[in-house]
Design a protein around this ligand. Structure first.
Ligand code: ATP
Length: 412
C-alpha cells in the first residue's frame, strides 16, 4: 500500500514573492488526489516541495515519520526512493530510445543486472501499452506515448507515491481520458498514493478520491471529491465548470478581491459526474474501501450536500453496516440492485457474496463512532463493464495491462 503524506503549515516564497502560505493537507495512503488552481498559483512548486526539490520556509512534509523539509540529505535520498514523478512532457532524454529512458533510474539507483533490468522495463512498458516501441526515440512518438513512457519510467522503482504534473497537457480529450484510465488502473494494481496536478476539469471531476484547490496563495479547500464537487464556494464552482463569471480573472491582478467575492451571485453547482472505474479484468482499487471507512468516520463534519452524495455511493447493505439511513432524495432501488448507478457518483456494483468484515486495527477503533464499521468488499468478479468507453477507444494498452495481470496471477 502507498504511504501517507502529511503536509502541515507549509509556506513557500521566492524572495519577496509568496507562492502559498500555511498549506495543510494529508494525502491518504493509496488514494488518488488532485490539486487544482489557476495558472501560477504554485501547483508545480507544491509538487517539487513534496519531493524535497524545493525547500519551503515554514511547515512540514512528513512521510514515514520523516520531515523531508528538515531531514539530513541522506534521509531525504532514502525517502525520495518512494516517489515516482511524471513530469509534464515526460522529461525523456531525446537521444535515448524508450527502453534506455525507462531503464535509466534502474541503472542509476540500483545494482540490478541487465537481464533483471530488461525484465522490469518490459513489464512496465507492457503495463502502459508500449511493448514493441522499445527502440523508438522520444521524437518519433506521439505526445500521448511520451506521457506513457514517462509513466513507465516513474514506475520502475516501484514507487509508493506517484506525483503527476499535468498529465493532460498537450493531449486531446480522448487521450486524456485514456491516460486517466491508465492512472486509475495503475492505482488498482499497485495501490500507490497518487497526486495529480491538473487544469483539466474532466480529470478533476472523474478521477480523484480527494480534491484540493490553490487560489490567491492559499489552499482554499481540500477534502473528499464530494465536498468540492458539491461546494457552492464561487471560486471552486467557477474553476470546476470552466466559467468566465466568478472571482477568477485573466491574471491575478484581475481576480476579485475579498469584498467583491462576497457580492458575487451564487453560481449554480452542476450534478456530480461518476468517478472512473477500473477497466474490467483489473483488480479493484483497495483505496475505495479504505476511503469509504475514512470518509464515513468524518461524515458528520462535512457539508450536507457532500454527505448526501457520499451516502448515495453506498449500497443498502453498506448503509445498514455503517448505521446510516438512505439519502433524502431519489428513489431507493430494490434489494440486490445497485444503488444510484446513474451519473451522480461512483458507480456501485451488484453485490457479490460478502466475506466477513475485517476488524479495524486497534489503534483506529478508538476514534470510530459506534455506528461506523468497515465495509464488506462488494467487488463482484463477474461485474459488468461499468467503464467500458475509455478503454475501447484505444484497446491495446488495456489489453496488455490485462495480460500483465493475468501473468501476475499465474494465468497463461
Ligand atoms: N525556481 C523558481 N524561482 C523563482 N520563482 C519560481 C520558481 N519556480 C516557480 N516560480 C514562480 O512560482 C510561481 C508558481 O509557479 P508554478 O509553476 O508552481 O505555478 P503553477 O500553478 O504550476 O502554474 P501552471 O498551472 O501555469 O503550470 C510562478 O510565479 C513562478 O514564476
Amino acid at each position: 500500500m502507498g504511504v501517507e503524506v502529511v503536509v502541515d503549515g507549509l509556506s513557500k516564497s521566492f524572495g519577496s514573492q509568496t507562492i502559498w502560505r500555511d498549506v495543510t493537507l494529508t494525502l491518504p495512503p493509496g488514494e488518488i488526489s488532485v490539486l487544482l488552481g489557476p495558472s501560477g498559483t504554485g501547483k508545480s512548486v507544491f509538487l517539487k516541495s513534496l519531493v524535497g526539490l524545493l525547500k519551503p520556509e515554514e511547515g512540514k512534509v512528513v512521510i514515514n515519520g520523516v520531515d523531508i523539509c528538515t531531514c539530513p540529505e541522506k534521509e531525504l535520498y532514502e525517502v525520495r526512493k518512494l516517489f515516482g514523478v511524471l513530469f509534464q512532457d515526460g522529461a525523456l532524454f531525446g537521444s535515448m530510445n524508450l527502453f534506455d529512458n525507462i531503464a535509466f533510474p534502474l541503472r542509476e539507483h540500483t545494482r540490478k543486472n541487465e537481464s533483471e533490468i530488461r525484465r522490469i522495463v518490459l513489464e512496465k512498458m507492457e503495463m502502459v501499452g508500449l511493448l514493441g516501441a522499445e527502440d523508438k526515440l522520444p521524437g518519433e512518438i506521439s505526445g500521448g506515448m511520451r506521457k506513457r513512457a514517462g509513466l513507465a519510467r516513474a514506475l520502475v522503482l516501484d514507487p509508493e507515491i506517484i506525483l503527476v504534473d499535468e498529465p493532460d497537457s498537450g493531449l486531446d480529450p480522448v487521450r486524456t481520458v485514456l491516460l486517466n484510465q491508465l492512472i486509475v488502473d495503475l492505482n488498482a494494481q499497485i495501490d500507490a498514493t497518487i497526486l495529480i496536478v491538473t487544469h483539466d476539469i474532466n480529470t478533476a471531476r472523474t478521477v480523484p478520491d480527494n480534491i484540493g484547490m490553490l487560489y490567491r496563495r492559499h489552499l482554499v479547500m481540500y477534502g473528499p471529491r464530494e465536498v468540492l464537487l458539491t461546494s457552492p464556494e464561487p471560486v471552486v464552482v467557477q474553476f470546476l465548470n470552466g466559467r468566465p463569471d466568478g472571482p477568477i480573472g485573466m491574471s491575478e491582478e484581475k481576480d476579485a478581491g475579498e469584498n467583491e467575492l462576497a457580492r458575487l451571485n451564487e453560481l449554480s453547482v452542476p450534478p456530480m459526474m461518476a468517478q472512473l472505474e477500473v477497466t474490467p479484468g483489473m483488480p479493484e482499487r483497495s483505496a475505495v474501501r479504505r476511503r469509504k471507512d475514512r470518509v464515513l468516520r468524518q461524515l458528520g463534519t462535512l457539508a450536507p450536500s457532500a454527505q448526501q452524495e457520499i451516502l448515495k455511493t453506498l449500497t443498502p447493505e453498506e448503509l445498514a453496516l455503517y448505521g446510516h439511513s438512505a439519502p433524502a432524495t431519489g428513489a431507493w432501488p430494490q434489494s440486490g440492485e445497485p444503488a444510484w448507478p446513474q451519473q451522480h457518483t461512483e458507480p456501485v456494483r451488484p453485490q457479490a457474496p460478502q466475506p466477513p468484515a475485517q476488524p479495524l486495527p486497534q489503534s483506529e477503533v478508538a476514534d470510530v463512532p459506534q455506528q461506523v464499521r468497515p465495509s464488506p468488499h462488494p467487488r463482484d468478479p463477474e461485474a459488468p463493464p461499468w467503464a467500458a468507453g475509455a478503454s475501447e477507444a484505444e484497446p491495446e494498452p488495456a489489453e496488455s495491462r490485462r495480460r500483465w495481470f493475468g501473468r501476475k496471477r499465474g494465468e497463461q
